[in-house]
Design a protein around this ligand. Sequence first.
Ligand code: 4AD
Ligand code: MG
Length: 460
Amino acid sequence: MKASRVIDLLNSKETGIEVSVKGWVRTKRGNKQVAFIAINDGSIIHSIQAVADLGKFDEETLKQVTTGACISVSGTLVPSQGQGQKVEIQADSIEILGAADESYPLQKKGHSMEFLREIAHLRPRTNTFGAVFRLRHHMSFAIHKYFNDRGFFYLHSPIITGSDAEGAGEMFRVTTLDLNNIPRDENGDINFKEDFFGKSTNLTVSGQLEGELAAMALGQVYTFGPTFRAENSNTPRHLAEFWMIEPEMAFYDIKDNMDLAEDFLKYLVSYALEYGMEDLEFLNNQYDKELINRLKFVVENPFERLTYTKAVDVLMASGKKFEFPISWGTDLQKEHENYLVEHFKRPVILTDYPKAIKAFYMKQNDDENTVRAMDILFPWIGEIIGGSQREENYEKLQRRIKEMHIPEEELWWYLDTRKYGACVHSGFGLGFERLMLFITGMTNIRDVIPFPRTPKNAEF
Ligand code: 4AD
Ligand code: MG
């Protein structure tokens, strides 16, 4: 008989039918007559209970039904006598597909998140990580659906690049040079001409620049891929490898950009509420009783929009003693972002930042001091989206590249778009794991990606 998924059995309208299921044993308990075996196959947060009359099964088999073992159970699906489930399986046969060694580290008692990170190869088998990774899937799917439904095209931007899109110098080098015998040129510098690509290359920090090229042809595009940053920030909100969604739209100004970003975030949160409710309920009950309320609030209320300059006024007027003192021109720290979100009691979109603290490609305002940036700040997370209208004027862009000492010869192809049919355009980047932090209520970004990459950590 073909095995059914636990989700389908638990939702089955029919009972009295022969069924079979394959999965991993979560718990086994019982008495002298029967054993109750909870089997989970990952299709849903809940396990299905199999009831085994001890008289029917040999001891050897039942001994191997231990937490962590993989088994196949066949029997009759019956209404459950016990509480907590509508149906259960009255077992006729049990096959051990893969026994679990006694050293299996996941037991019923709750484990700390820190401990679970050390066994990241097994943590997907916990209720918590099952819920997180199912929600991660739902959100990935929703992202593609959102853009596809609105006529955006999915663009695959390169992972290996020669440019530093954000200009922050936080890149991982990609090379095949022999590190024990580095070729030098006549000046004694590393001779990248001998490297694989004949030039210096790195893992991308952003797909935006290529996204812009495509938007100048396809109109509305988005990227969704891994990005890499060698910033040495060991915080609960930074990863060295994270996934980013970067839409880029021809003919969008900053207002259109903000409208899209707000609509997009609300869509994703409501999608989670619609398709991930069982997992959300688990996380809500287990960790954070406000989680679902917070998600609903974001969907139902408009975001606050104000300029960086006004935000600085609010922060200065607060009378609060910040660890990092605030004045016009300084970059906002986590504590400032938190204050603003709490002050307005909702997500906040800040625009028109000082040009000195933003990337070269942002549209310059007439005041000469600010650029048409937009950052979206979320409760607890801080910055979840960073974006801007782009500078489409060739001369202004070129001047800014020079001012910021960015090697122009690396960006000739980017500048070309400003020579051939330039237009107003905008885009933004959503950090996928920051979104997942908000959706799941997890408090550390290492717990919303299957195998986190952080400083001094690339196990698994
Ligand atoms: O603000 P950022 O650096 O913007 C860009 O990369 C632009 N190229 C986006 C664009 O306009 N197309 O990064 C965008 C978002 C941040 O708001 C944050 O959510 C996330 O990416 N992010 C990180 N997430 C996890 N770990 C890190 N180290 C991150 N750095 C940025
Ligand atoms: Mg940013």
